[in-house]
Design a protein around this ligand. Structure first.
Ligand SMILES: *Cc1c(COP(=O)(O)O)cnc(C)c1O
Length: 368
């Protein structure tokens, strides 16, 4: 039986070994570890890629969300709108600044159902976190209009959508901040935890720069507040800078893989593919998440045939009791939770592996 891995970090390493090794030896030879040239360089290149004035490297995507909410002045007594279907960190960042998350169901594209946002607002609502899931952006133009009408801040959780865009404007350049994760299996993955915020607001950038390093202004030594320790490592930044150069070509490859899946799997009853024909909305396929009405039977069949798949999330985060979140009933989130299955999607897959996945999906449905 063939084995198709969901991701293969060692294979990516072999693809760009010379460049990664050079980055490593450069850091080691210079002895540059914390807040040094490689970090500055990566921040500049990331900001340029996203199209914002500033990028500030942090320890994780969670830290990016946390810093963004703090920079926006959000705290106890405030409400923040978050989607019911997202990675739990989106919601935890809200809870951990003392604010109250207000969950809103998602639509067929896995992103927040913008039709439901206004009815969730109260006089205490201060912000909306727009999550761009799987490489496809939430409807930012409409979200920004609602935010403007009600005087709300917008934070983009763009952790899954680096390189995605609407009408050519990049994810992470619409809101007060864009939040990025460089967790190893993200579209731009490091070799450990990593994250960043992007912003056009100099105050927000300055706040994040100080707070990531115990509140200290590193030029004067002055502490500007009780801060945190959540700086992106110089060594990780060096690796990420290398991989960022490959990202445009890697996105092209991801789109080609998605196109192979689309051609091989379209028109199967009970199988929904993640292709949406919204003009101007780009999809970079961080994940290729299909929905099968046969849920676990479908995902177990693929696993039994050697294909690694992800079924995030069979149990929505608000149903984890210890999180203490109200379950107001989110029909679309409930339905997709039973049905989601992410097929292998990465730049290290070769065409035969993709064809094998297609063949196995088709054989599950009794098709040649
Ligand atoms: C990965 C991810 C995060 C958190 O990123 P970490 O770097 O793991 O903290 C937040 N939101 C979404 C949507 C993510 O996919």
């Amino acid at each position: 039986m063939r084995k198709v891995r969901f991701v293969e970090p060692a294979k990516v390493y072999r693809m760009i070994k010379d460049e990664l090794d050079a980055a490593y030896f450069d850091c080691m030879a210079r002895g540059e570890l914390i807040d040094r040239g490689h970090l500055r360089s990566f921040e500049e290149n990331l900001a340029r890629f996203v199209g914002t004035k500033y990028a500030v490297g942090l320890n994780s995507g969670y830290d990016a969300l946390h810093m963004s909410l703090r920079a926006a002045g959000i705290g106890p007594g405030d409400e923040v709108v978050v989607p019911a279907h997202t990675f739990v960190a989106t919601c935890s960042a809200v809870v951990n600044v003392g604010a109250t998350p207000v969950l809103v169901d998602v639509g067929k594209d896995f992103n927040i159902d913008v039709d439901r946002v206004e009815e969730s607002l109260t006089p205490r609502t201060r912000a909306i976190i727009a999550v761009h899931l799987s490489g496809y952006m939430a409807d930012m133009p409409r979200i920004l209009r609602i935010a403007e009408k009600h005087g709300l801040k917008v934070v983009e959780d763009a952790c899954q959508s680096l390189g995605s865009s609407i009408d050519g404007k990049m994810a992470g350049s619409f809101g007060l901040t864009g939040c990025w994760s460089f967790y190893p299996f993200k579209i731009l993955g490091g070799y450990g935890d990593g994250g960043a915020v992007t912003t056009d607001d100099p105050e927000v950038a300055l706040f994040a720069r100080r707070m990531r390093y115990n509140g200290e202004d590193r030029d004067t030594g002055e502490y500007h507040g009780h801060g945190f320790t959540c700086l992106l490592d110089n060594l990780q930044a060096a690796f990420l800078d290398v991989k960022l150069r490959h990202l445009p070509a890697w996105i092209v490859r991801r789109k080609a893989v998605a196109e192979m899946y689309r051609r091989g799997l379209s028109g199967i009853p009970g199988l929904m593919l993640p292709h949406y024909d919204r003009p101007g909305f780009d999809h970079v396929y961080q994940n290729y998440t299909v929905r099968s009405t046969r849920g676990n039977e479908f995902s177990e069949y693929l696993k039994a045939n050697g294909i690694e798949v992800l079924t995030q999330f069979r149990k929505p985060y608000y149903r984890h009791e210890a999180l203490g979140l109200p379950d107001r009933g989110f029909p679309e989130t409930e339905a997709l939770s039973r049905e989601v299955c992410s097929l292998p999607m990465n730049v290290e897959l070769d065409d035969e592996e993709i064809e094998y996945v297609i063949r196995m999906v088709r054989s599950f449905y009794g098709l040649a």
